[in-house]
Design a protein around this ligand. Structure first.
Ligand code: SF4
Length: 223
């Protein structure tokens, strides 16, 4: 009788242990799947997680949150400051006058749009296109950092002072940093002017094109 009881207990322990192992293996498989998810799926998941973001007051006046767009496995990531009026209306980055200058530069230096992903530091438009406030940048920045982590580009080009300073963690000016090779983590980063600034300062347009030529050369010769 005692032996029978011991045997039943033994079977119960074996059963529980097997269940434990199955559960553990299930968790490992689930984690493996997460890691294997494509950049496209990860970006979609990130967008879903923040599409109704209200972490800073900019959500109040936005028409659309502008997440970013392009190739999820892009070699080159262009990072601007914040959506402007047209971007806010259409929910897409760089669709206004600044976008035209950017497209012109990309064409001139044979940088294929298929190799690019474009995003901004801020995902919602600051009223009247004013400069972003430091607290807005701090609040929104984790989204951009996550996008960079997912896309893992070979090269980042920051467009303008705000994107440059925040990714390089520096107070140095854009006129000093532009066109020079820098690093964000282990990714090459080349800053240049924001194309919108070239509209108001036409002499910057020539320098912007010079920097985009550098970007094109790095892409072709190194990646
Ligand atoms: S700017 Fe960024 S942090 Fe602020 S509401 Fe929009 S998505 Fe959220």
């Amino acid at each position: 009788m005692v032996e029978e009881k011991l045997y039943t207990d033994y079977l119960q322990i074996v059963k529980s242990f097997r269940k434990y192992l199955e559960k553990k293996q299930g968790i490992v498989k689930k984690e493996d799947n997460l890691e294997k998810k494509s950049p496209e799926k990860l970006l979609k998941a990130l967008y879903r997680s923040m599409q109704n973001c209200r972490k800073c007051s900019l959500f109040k006046k936005r028409t659309h949150l502008v997440f970013g767009e392009g190739n999820p496995k892009a070699k080159l990531m262009l990072v601007g400051e914040a959506p402007g009026r047209n971007e806010d209306l259409q929910g897409k980055p760089f669709v206004g006058a600044a976008g035209k200058i950017l497209t012109e530069a990309l064409k001139r230096f044979n940088i294929p749009v298929s190799q690019i992903y474009i995003a901004n530091v801020l995902k919602c438009r600051p009223p009247a296109n004013r400069d972003p406030y430091p607290e807005e940048i701090e609040t929104c920045l984790p989204y951009l950092k996550k996008q960079i982590e997912i896309i893992n580009p070979c090269l980042i080009c920051t467009l303008g002072k705000f994107a440059t300073q925040v990714l390089l963690n520096t107070n140095q000016g854009i006129t000093f940093l532009r066109g020079k090779r820098q690093y964000y983590k282990n990714i090459i980063l080349v800053p240049t002017f924001h194309p919108a600034a070239c509209i108001y300062k036409p002499n910057w347009k020539k320098l912007f094109f010079e920097d985009m030529e550098i970007i094109g050369k790095i892409l072709k010769s190194e990646f």
